[in-house]
Design a binder for this molecule. Structure first.
Ligand SMILES: [Zn+2]
Length: 322
């Protein structure tokens, strides 16, 4: 779908959700996100054919962040469009290049200490493994602040928007006042195709996420386009940013309230079980993703010196410092 002149949204599905990539066509043709391992073959190349764009014209593909549904198509894209320069945020490069590292340090990193993670669901884990594709090197990294020229009239500004991942990138198109954010913004939930909650917000660094929301508030944004969420336009833009902040505050309050009720300590899993229902209802098999924001809030409290970590038998616990 052409959303602006020579700017396209490429749509497909991931589980019950939308999955979008974006294409900026000009002297330099830029693809934002490569989808999952099957997305280039099943969706991106057929789309290029449909709009009469030769894959040989693709100059650059930018991964907004490290996740199977956003960079898993890197290897299959490169197979057909060998000239394409693969890029991503500097802090996400190592986990994008190596599926093993992605699983070890993003999906399963808390299994030993907290007993939560994707790997505890072998079926879901195997599915994500197919989505992420084989290892594939990145050609160049970005840190935010760069401008990428499309043609004489248009450049895209690279924004560093961490929170969901450390190296998360977004693109700002000043001509259309549009920002393309990948999964940088979460609102109250990630919807399925019927607009019902599918995933909880998955920011994992509270301060970085709030910083991203604060930075985007200062931009002149008419349109938000993302990896899975619907398009936000005009007044919906600030409403979505406000809703994203309100979720963070609500989660922070619930976590603190739960800690106060259990002065001997709480585990991450117990915190997810207790605070989850008050934050929203997601399909049970997606509930594990609450580990990201709730671990983020517990870690932030620990960094403030308000809670301390207890290590003993069983999983790590946190308790309020008296
Ligand atoms: Zn995603």
């Amino acid at each position: 779908m052409e959303i602006f002149r020579h700017v396209y949204q490429i749509g497909s599905s991931i589980a019950d959700r939308n999955l979008f990539q974006y294409l900026f066509v000009g002297d330099n043709t830029i693809l934002l996100d490569t989808g999952a391992s099957n997305t280039p073959g099943e969706t991106i190349f057929p789309f290029l054919k449909q709009i009469g764009t030769d894959p040989a014209r693709l100059s650059m593909a930018i991964n907004t962040h490290a996740d199977a549904d956003h960079h898993g198509g890197n290897a299959s894209l490169k197979q057909i469009a060998n000239q394409v320069k693969l890029t991503c945020g500097e802090q996400d490069r190592l986990i994008i290049e190596s599926p093993d590292r992605l699983f070890a340090s993003r999906y399963n990193q808390w299994i030993p200490d907290h007993g939560v993670g994707l790997g505890l669901n072998p079926e879901a884990s195997a599915f994500v493994r197919t989505l992420v594709g084989p290892p594939q090197r990145i050609d160049q990294t970005l840190i935010g602040g760069e401008y990428i020229r499309i043609d004489d009239e248009r450049s895209l500004q690279v924004l560093h928007v961490p929170g969901h991942s450390d190296g998360h990138l977004a693109l700002y198109d000043p001509v259309n006042r549009a920002v393309f954010v990948g999964d940088a913004l979460h609102g109250w939930y990630c919807p399925n195709k019927a607009s019902e909650p599918s995933l909880p917000p998955a920011y994992y660094s509270v301060l970085a996420y709030l910083g991203t929301l604060q930075m985007l508030h200062a931009f002149e944004i008419e349109w938000i386009y993302s990896g899975h969420w619907p398009t936000f336009h005009s007044s919906q833009v600030s409403e979505f940013l406000c809703e994203s902040r309100r979720f963070v505050d609500t989660a922070a309050n619930l976590v603190w309230g739960y800690l106060e009720k259990h002065p001997d300590g709480v585990t991450l899993q117990a915190c997810m079980d207790e605070c989850g229902p008050a934050l929203g209802t997601w399909p049970a098999n997606n509930q594990w993703l609450l580990m990201y924001p709730l671990h983020g809030h517990l870690l932030y409290l620990e960094q403030q010196g308000r809670v301390t970590k207890l290590r003993g038998e069983g999983h790590v616990q946190w308790k309020i410092v008296n």
